[in-house]
Design a protein around this ligand. Structure first.
Ligand code: FES
Ligand code: FES
Length: 213
């Protein structure tokens, strides 16, 4: 039989009323007691000191790199300043322009909004990784052929985003290209030729229009 307190309220197995329990230790802990797997475990929060370094292993363009990074460092910063891969550009640094786009496990991602530590154990591909040896890859070649740039600052991000788009959809329509590339801004406004370049890249990748393989 359940225990009752002086007010007639039921007590749990430990002799504590539900109201008293919540009052004394807080709603959050009550939720944990109700079902969290953390129940009964010691909770430990580690806080990094400023300047403290962490080990990370990054796979970039097929090469494995072991690095010491500050936990706050972005992937864009590490790629450029620690690995010398300056094909990745930094524009807004707040997830709006797409200049810093890289592929993470084949999917376009803003590297300015990704911590280097987050990218551990994932395949990272940068603009440099889209080369075919010393020659331009098909997406790079298509941008040259179709004049898919003006000043060129956004172009690395556009090319990497296009590569990600074409991996997901090898034969996109122009509307699908515009939608798929909408996360990458171009201050020069070369959207028309960018879309044509992506379409051309799709053809090059498929070996169409006399492009070879
Ligand atoms: S620099 Fe990353 S989105 Fe603009
Ligand atoms: S070509 Fe100049 S920002 Fe796009």
């Amino acid at each position: 039989m359940k225990k009752q307190d002086e007010g007639g309220r039921r007590k749990g197995p430990g002799g504590v009323t539900r109201r008293g329990f919540i009052t004394s230790v807080g709603v959050g802990v009550a939720a944990a007691a109700a079902g969290s797997r953390l129940e009964g475990q010691e909770k430990r929060v580690e806080i990094a000191e400023p300047g403290e370094m962490a080990k990370v292993a990054l796979t970039v363009n097929g090469r494995r790199h072991r690095l010491l990074v500050e936990p706050r460092w972005t992937l864009a910063f590490v790629l450029r300043e620690r690995l010398g891969l300056t094909g990745t550009k930094v524009g807004c640094e707040r997830g709006e322009c797409g200049a810093c786009t890289v592929l993470v496990d084949g999917v376009p991602r803003y590297s300015c909004m990704t911590l280097a530590l987050e990218a551990q154990d994932q395949e990272i591909t940068t603009l440099e990784g889209l080369m075919r040896g010393e020659e331009l890859g098909p997406v790079q070649q298509a941008f040259v052929e179709e004049d898919g740039y003006q000043c060129g600052y956004c172009t690395p991000g556009q090319i990497v985003a296009a590569e990600g788009l074409l991996r997901a959809n090898p034969n996109p329509s122009l509307d699908e290209i515009r939608l798929g590339m909408s996360g990458n801004l171009c201050r020069c406004g070369t959207y028309h030729t960018i879309a044509r370049s992506v379409r051309r890249a799709a053809d090059l990748k498929q070996g169409l229009k006399g492009a070879g393989s």
